[in-house]
Design a protein around this ligand. Structure first.
Ligand code: SF4
Length: 259
C-alpha cells in the first residue's frame, strides 16, 4: 500500500493536499485573515471619497431644497451681531434676544454708544455675556469709525474685528453677501463630517480644509445650512436616527460612533 504525505512535512497522511490537522489550520488562518481585513478595510481613495461626497450632497439637497440660516436678521449688521451671540448658544435663544437688542440699538452707530452693563443685561441669557457685550461694542465702534456703519465685505477685514473668527466671518459673508469663502464649522458640521468619514481632522480649521476639497465652491454656503439642519433633525449628537437616515448608505458609522 502507498501513502501520500502532508505538504507541510508533518509526517501525517493527507486528506486533500494537507493532513486533517493542517487543513483545519489553513482554514483557521484564512478566517483570521478575512476578519482582520474586515476590521482594517483598505483606506478609501480620494476619488471614491469625492464620489461619496457628491452622493451625500445630492441626498442633502433633496431633503433641504431651499436651506435657510437658523438666525433671524434683516441686514448684515443684524446677522453679524446674531452670529456673535450664537457662540455656545442656540439659534432659538438668540432669536428670542435680538428683537429687543435691535429695537434698543438699531445699527452699529447706535450700539457703539451703548453702555456695557445695559447690553450685558439684554444678552445675559445667551451666555458669555460679558465678553460678547465687550466685543460687540468694540466691533460697533470700529465699524462706525472705519466703515461708515457698514459691515465690511472681506474675510480679512472681518477677522480683524473683536470676537470675529473664521466661523462668524464665513456665516456673514455667505448669508449676508452671497460670498462662498469657506465653511463655518460649528458643532453640527464637525460631528456629521466626522461620522460620515469626510474628515479625520479634529480641529475646525482642518475639518474646513477637508470639506472645501470635497465639495464644489458654489455649494459651500448652502451645504453649511444643510449640515446644520441635518444635525439638528437627524444626526443628533446623542441619538442619531440612523435607521431612517437617507445618508446611511454613504455613512461608515451608521451607529453614530465618534471618529
Ligand atoms: S447614518 Fe447615522 S451616523 Fe450616519 S449620517 Fe445618518 S444619522 Fe448620522
Amino acid at each position: 500500500m502507498s501513502f501520500q504525505w502532508c505538504a507541510r512535512s508533518c509526517g501525517r497522511t493527507i486528506a486533500g493536499r494537507h493532513c486533517i490537522w493542517h487543513s483545519a489550520g489553513m482554514s483557521r488562518q484564512k478566517t483570521k485573515a478575512a476578519s482582520s481585513a474586515q476590521k482594517n478595510p483598505r483606506p478609501e481613495s480620494a476619488a471614491a471619497k469625492k464620489r461619496r461626497a457628491a452622493q451625500i450632497l445630492s441626498a442633502l439637497k433633496k431633503r433641504y431644497p431651499q436651506p435657510r440660516p437658523g438666525l433671524e436678521f434683516k441686514n448684515p449688521w443684524e446677522l453679524l451681531v446674531a452670529t456673535v451671540l450664537s457662540a455656545q448658544c442656540t439659534d432659538a435663544r438668540v432669536n428670542q434676544v435680538t428683537p429687543a437688542l435691535f429695537a434698543r440699538w438699531p445699527d452699529a452707530k447706535a450700539l457703539a454708544g451703548a453702555s456695557q452693563e445695559e447690553l450685558e443685561s439684554v444678552i445675559h441669557s445667551c451666555g458669555f455675556f460679558r465678553s460678547k457685550a465687550g466685543n460687540l461694542i468694540s466691533t460697533a465702534k470700529i465699524i462706525s469709525a472705519d466703515y461708515d456703519g457698514q459691515v465690511p465685505q472681506s474675510f480679512e477685514a472681518l477677522l480683524k474685528l473683536p470676537g470675529i473668527a473664521r466661523k462668524t466671518a464665513n456665516v456673514v459673508l455667505f448669508a449676508a453677501f452671497g460670498q462662498n469663502e469657506g465653511l463655518a464649522v460649528d458643532t453640527h458640521v464637525k460631528r456629521i463630517s466626522q461620522r460620515l468619514g469626510l474628515t479625520d481632522a479634529k480641529e475646525p480649521v482642518g475639518i474646513e480644509r477637508d470639506l472645501l476639497e470635497l465639495f464644489p465652491r458654489e455649494e459651500w454656503g448652502d451645504l453649511n445650512h444643510r449640515l446644520v439642519a441635518f444635525g439638528r433633525e437627524v444626526c443628533q449628537a446623542r441619538k442619531p436616527a440612523c435607521s431612517s437616515c437617507e445618508l446611511e448608505p454613504f455613512c461608515p458609522r451608521p451607529d453614530g460612533a465618534q471618529a
